[in-house]
Design a protein around this ligand. Structure first.
Ligand SMILES: Cc1cc2nc3c(=O)[nH]c(=O)nc-3n(C[C@H](O)[C@H](O)[C@H](O)COP(=O)(O)OP(=O)(O)OC[C@H]3O[C@@H](n4cnc5c(N)ncnc54)[C@H](O)[C@@H]3O)c2cc1C
Length: 450
């Protein structure tokens, strides 16, 4: 592997070298024991091209790392890791609203540049998530019901292919690869060294955070789903049912409305009338204050997430399944605990036809995200009972929701991931993979074509 360092401008590090951990550590500590043999912190796109060609010629396994936030640890491996953090240049053209960012840029860096230029496009709710993983799998933000997905704002991307060539992809150049990069999942078709988005004007907003005690779980989960089913595209919310420690659960609603707090109060009135929340914060915000309000960082201690989707509110039995599952959660030492979150999708996301982009979930009202977490110090029995609990819940929810799953909430335990992540678009994705990466240079356990 040493010879690679002669060929590139970036720094090659081995286990034990200063900076090795920072360049390789997976966000989800469930995967800390996976040890790469080396990491190349690339200097530029030319380094990426050299490293890909070198890996292809030597047969060394290659893993691409953007922000390192893959739920399933898909940006770490046992061979060479390509650390893209230095690809973080941002160019903003205020006349056209086109924003070009390096393929390793973190969302927080992009948010800062957008705020300075007073431009917006949908990014997620974490500053630390990389633009590569977020975009390639779709990218859902609180403003997505009005503005679409991150990938719906993508107009061009540059990609190093398995043969080491750098290509530009947009609606007319390498259009098949451009289509695949719009939801086909990170790490599948090459290394994206840049992304160009069409930004728009931000909109004055309001936000809400409401919390209810557990005895109100059933009625609040039901009414909040009805509210969201009839809500305007400007309003999106995450409806949560969660537990941690030994205490009872909590029901939460956190959301953003692209309009005044007076409208948001009206939208939420039926839920507040159904059961008095123990905490109710509804207020006007600038677009940027709303973004900060919604930001969510977790410890990164080990966790697992499974997803399903539903095109309509869950019936009473579906709500009952969630409440009963949380009542029997086995517990762990991780303060993040366990939960079920209903993320409101739909709106602009659903107005794009399924074949137009690789992202297939254009008929969803709620992404149902089920999660649990544990601590590094928990005994293996706790890990096992938590995973068993999550599998049981995921399986029971199959009676109430669809098998479709969000590739960015990557679920390494998912059987049938090809159709769950990609629906009818999988066949076209695997055909594009065969043409551009016939030898599987970009390979991992849920790689397209594997
Ligand atoms: C705290 C937190 C908050 C989140 N919030 C949101 C949210 O609001 N909305 C949402 O939609 N998702 C959200 N996610 C999920 C997130 O979109 C995915 O975890 C995403 O894959 C992370 O991207 P990354 O670059 O940080 O991760 P990595 O682990 O670095 O990459 C993920 C995958 O993409 C590949 N990849 C990364 N960069 C590139 C590139 N430039 N070229 C080719 N392949 C690449 C990697 O090889 C890997 O397979 C969140 C996750 C966390 C942990």
């Amino acid at each position: 592997m040493n010879e690679l360092s002669e060929l590139v401008g970036g720094r090659l590090r081995f286990p034990g070298d200063p900076g090795f951990e920072a360049a390789t550590a997976p966000f989800n500590r469930r995967y800390v024991d996976v040890r790469p043999s080396a990491v190349l912190s690339v200097r530029d796109a030319a380094d990426v091209a050299t490293a890909v060609a070198w890996a292809r010629d030597t047969g060394e396994s290659l893993t691409v790392r953007g922000g390192g936030h893959s739920y399933a640890g898909f940006s770490t491996g046992t061979g060479l890791v390509l650390d893209l953090r230095a690809l973080d240049e941002i160019r903003v053209d205020t006349d056209s609203g086109l924003v070009t960012v390096g393929g390793g840029t973190l969302s927080g860096t992009i948010y800062d540049a957008l705020e300075k230029a007073d431009l917006a496009f949908p990014l997620g709710n974490s500053n630390e998530v990389g633009v590569g993983g977020l975009t390639l799998g779709g990218g859902v933000a609180a403003v997505s019901r009005a503005f679409g997905l991150t990938v719906d704002a993508l107009v061009e991307t540059e990609l190093v292919l398995a043969d080491g060539t750098l290509v530009r992809c947009n609606a007319t150049e390498n259009a098949d690869l451009f289509w695949a990069c719009r939801g086909g999942g990170g790490g599948n078709f090459g290394v994206n060294t840049s992304f160009t988005f069409q930004a728009r004007e931000p909109v004055a907003s309001s936000t809400c955070l409401l919390l209810w005690d557990w005895p109100h779980a059933r009625e609040v989960l039901a009414i909040m789903q009805e509210i969201m089913a009839g809500a305007p595209d400007e309003f999106a919310a995450r409806i949560g049912a969660s537990r941690s420690g030994d205490g009872p659960g909590t029901i939460s609603v956190i959301g953003q409305h692209l309009g005044p707090a007076s409208e948001l109060r009206e939208l939420l009135a039926p839920a507040i009338a159904t059961a008095t929340p123990r905490h109710c914060d509804i207020g006007d915000k600038t677009y940027w204050e709303a973004k900060d309000f919604l930001h969510h960082e977790t410890s990164g201690d080990p966790f697992a997430v499974r997803t399903r989707t539903t095109p309509k509110p869950l019936a009473e039995a579906g709500v009952e399944t969630i409440v009963a599952a949380l009542d029997r959660w086995p517990g762990s030492a991780n303060p993040d605990g366990a939960g079920v979150a209903l993320f409101t999708w739909g709106g602009a996301i659903n107005r794009i036809p399924v074949p137009d982009t690789a992202f297939p979930h254009r008929d969803v009202l709620f992404l149902i995200s089920m999660d649990t977490s544990w601590s590094m110090t928990d005994p293996s029995q706790t890990v096992w009972t938590n995973l068993e609990w999550l599998d049981g819940l995921h399986s029971e929810m199959g009676a109430h929701a669809n098998d479709a799953a969000y590739v960015n909430f990557t679920d390494p335990a998912l059987t049938g991931w090809r159709s769950a992540y990609y629906g009818p678009n999988y066949l076209r994705l695997s055909d594009i993979k065969k043409r551009h990466d016939p030898d599987g240079v970009f390979d991992f356990c849920q790689a397209v074509g594997s």
